[in-house]
Design a protein around this ligand. Structure first.
Ligand code: MSP
Length: 645
């Protein structure tokens, strides 16, 4: 038996700094289509995806959320995996840059590059924002200020390691311009890389930092962590077992056949990544594909929080079906260009292509086979020349689809499949089966017409199955296509369907969408839910219970920290009748000086309590909202002792 040919395809590893959104879906879906097709074509496929989990942004987000960086990413990674499950993504391996084996490999790679002189130690100079503890480059600044907090930045430097990217400029230029290799697609990006980056002169790349800690330690220089790209890009080889024992298929799958991504990271994959591999003496990936962005909203933004919920991919899959979403995203984006996303466009696409064209073709054809032949076509058929146009168009499809799926021109391939589906619908109108059915003598011709239709549906559905992997098997069932005639190869065969095929009525594959209704329902779903306070409301109580409390304005005369307690502050307050001592557990929120002289609200008739050996007479009133905490201030013009009711 001949060995299957290996085929290795990768998505970028996504930042789990926030939940996955529909933008991430596009790349992953596109890779899934290629991976599924290649498997159907008999390749031994390795489809890799994963998450890029280190870096300052994640460190910060975790701190804001009050959890460790690992806890933070663990939760989001689960959501990525859940989304890929929902979308039917058939990845073979999922790499996390926090996985031990990856860390081990990256440390070895870094050390090797250092030992061979490609990495050297120098000084990183940049603009530093002290409150954010972040370095920025000049171009990242917004109006000369920190892009995160808007505050002033200062010139600063830190010790760092650098990768000698500059010395690879000639080889990189050659690689990008090599017509035979055809390394980067679309071609328009080649000039961009050369004119914008190679021509002005490649700078050496800073590959370590000391100003934050959430990253892979440089194992021979404490305090340094590997900074971003060496860590991230290496995933494509560490996931195969390069310099680790976790996996053992580097020899088999490397070099990758396709690295797929959107345009903003082409630069890293076509300059830095090949340079790292050249420095390591390893083969270069065969192809890099950089598609456009799915854009959102009138401003054409890449993605924003506010639109995020309206188009939650989980909601879209649940309401309109996974395959409808897959089809829409893949059909909408011509390779290399940006494509706007809106729910309305998706609904229109579902109604026209899927419900009207494909769904109708299947349901009409199956219904006619049942109506005119009880579901099983007779073997005797009368084909004629007028069938040729439809059959010839279908014959041309498999090669076209295979080439275009394989080069990420998925939208073009889908468009072509749907011209054949439209042609098949026209073939029904041309042949008027309902007229043929009136005369028994026409039965062989009627059988041929229905058979041609069923066989066209079969061939189109095979080619559609990498895009709509859940619906196509249902179509095969409805049209009576067994496994032997649903292989990729059989899409090239005319009339592979059994001559006496039996069809089966099934469910409506793509229900029509009432666009107005759905749009308003989605909008309602997206109305921000009111966030309920942490403390639920207590049960009703008698008025007397309230009246029994003596609430007063008190003026703070003195305030100091209680020794050996990090919680308690000790107050002397004037309650209008005299001085009293009270303790309050608010040292975390206030410095004593902030409260001296303030007029606060207090319950003055609580029985005395002892804390840390000190007596407390009453309770200073305060309000808590999540991690915000305030005492209730009454204003200077309120006299101590004033009654609160
Ligand atoms: N972690 C880096 C990649 C390292 S790869 C060695 C990164 N992560 S990311 O989370 O920002 O992902 C960027 C990628 O997500 C894009 O290149 C693209 O593949 C996908 N997309 C994210 N938003 C997208 C759109 N709005 N439209 C299309 N693709 C999008 O960069």
């Amino acid at each position: 038996m001949s060995e299957k040919k290996p085929f290795y395809i990768t998505t970028p590893i996504y930042y789990p700094s926030g939940d996955p959104h529909i933008g991430h879906c596009y790349t992953t879906l596109a890779c899934d289509v290629v991976a599924r097709m290649k498997r159907m074509q008999g390749y031994d496929v390795m489809f890799l995806t994963g998450t890029d989990e280190h870096g300052q942004k994640i460190e910060k987000k975790a701190a804001e959320a009050g959890v460790t960086p690992k806890e933070y990413v663990d939760e989001i990674v689960e959501n990525f995996k859940k989304l890929w499950g929902t979308l039917g993504i058939t990845y073979d391996r999922y790499i996390r840059t926090t996985d031990d084996y990856h860390i081990e490999s990256v440390q070895k790679i870094f050390r090797k590059l250092y030992d061979t002189g490609y990495i050297y130690k120098s000084e990183y100079k940049g603009k530093y924002c002290t409150p954010c503890e972040s370095f920025w480059t000049e171009s990242q600044l917004v109006d000369g200020k920190c892009p995160d907090c808007g505050r002033e930045v200062t010139d600063a430097s830190e010790e760092a390691y650098f990768f000698k990217l500059s010395q690879f400029a000639p080889q990189l230029r050659e690689l990008l311009l090599d017509e035979e290799k055809d390394f980067l697609n679309p071609k328009s990006r080649v000039n961009e890389m050369i004119n914008n980056f190679i021509e002005p002169g490649l700078q050496d790349l800073c590959v370590s930092r000391t100003s934050f800690t959430w990253g892979i330690p440089v194992d021979f220089d404490e305090g340094h962590i590997v900074y971003v790209w060496i860590d991230a890009l290496s995933n494509y080889i560490t996931a195969l077992g390069f310099m680790n024992d976790r996996y053992n298929d580097y020899e088999k799958y490397w070099p990758a056949d396709m690295h797929v991504m959107a345009k903003e990271i082409i630069r890293f994959h076509t300059l830095i990544w090949p340079a790292i591999l050249m420095a390591l003496g390893e083969p270069l990936p065969k192809k890099v594909y950089g598609h456009g962005w799915i854009t959102f909203g009138a401003a054409g933004g890449k993605m924003s929080k506010s639109v995020g919920n309206v188009i939650d991919p989980f909601v879209l899959c649940e309401r309109y079906g996974v395959d409808a979403l897959r089809y829409h995203l893949l059909r909408e984006m011509p390779f290399g260009a940006d494509a706007p996303y809106s729910n309305e466009m998706m609904f229109n696409r579902i109604n026209s292509d899927l419900a009207n064209d494909l769904g109708n073709l299947v349901s009409r054809t199956v219904a006619m086979a049942i109506k005119y032949f009880g579901g099983t076509l007779p073997v005797e058929k009368e084909f004629n020349d007028s069938d040729e146009d439809l059959l010839r168009m279908t014959d041309e499809l498999p090669d076209y689809v295979s080439d275009n799926f394989g080069t990420l021109h998925i939208s073009d391939a889908l468009a072509r499949i749907f011209t054949v589906i439209a042609r098949a619908n026209k073939y029904i109108d041309e042949n008027e089966p309902w007229v043929l059915a009136k005369d028994e003598a026409n039965k062989p011709r009627l059988a041929a017409v229905l058979y041609n239709l069923l066989d066209t549906v079969r061939r189109c559905s095979i080619l559609l199955s990498p895009v709509m992997p859940h619906i196509c098997p249902e179509i095969f069932e409805q049209i009576g296509a067994g496994e032997e005639c649903t292989t990729w190869a059989s899409a090239s065969e005319r009339h592979a369907l059994k001559a006496d095929v039996t069809v089966k009525k099934g469910r409506v594959l793509f229900p029509r969408i009432d666009i107005e209704k759905e749009l308003s329902e989605l909008e309602a779903l997206n109305k921000p839910q009111r966030e309920l306070p942490e403390e639920p409301l207590k049960e009703l109580t008698k008025f007397d219970n309230f009246a029994a409390l003596d609430l007063r304005a008190v003026k703070v005369l003195s305030c100091e920290k209680v020794k050996k307690s990090d919680k308690l502050l000790l107050f002397k307050v004037d309650d209008g009748f005299g001085e009293r001592q009270v303790l309050s557990g608010i040292a975390k929120y206030y410095e004593p000086e902030q409260l001296i002289g303030k007029t606060l609200a207090m319950i003055v008739n609580l029985e005395p309590r002892k804390m840390m050996g000190l007596e407390s007479n009453g309770m200073i009133m305060s309000v808590r909202d999540g991690d915000k905490f305030r005492v209730i201030e009454l204003g200077d013009d309120i006299k101590p002792g004033a009654d609160i009711s």
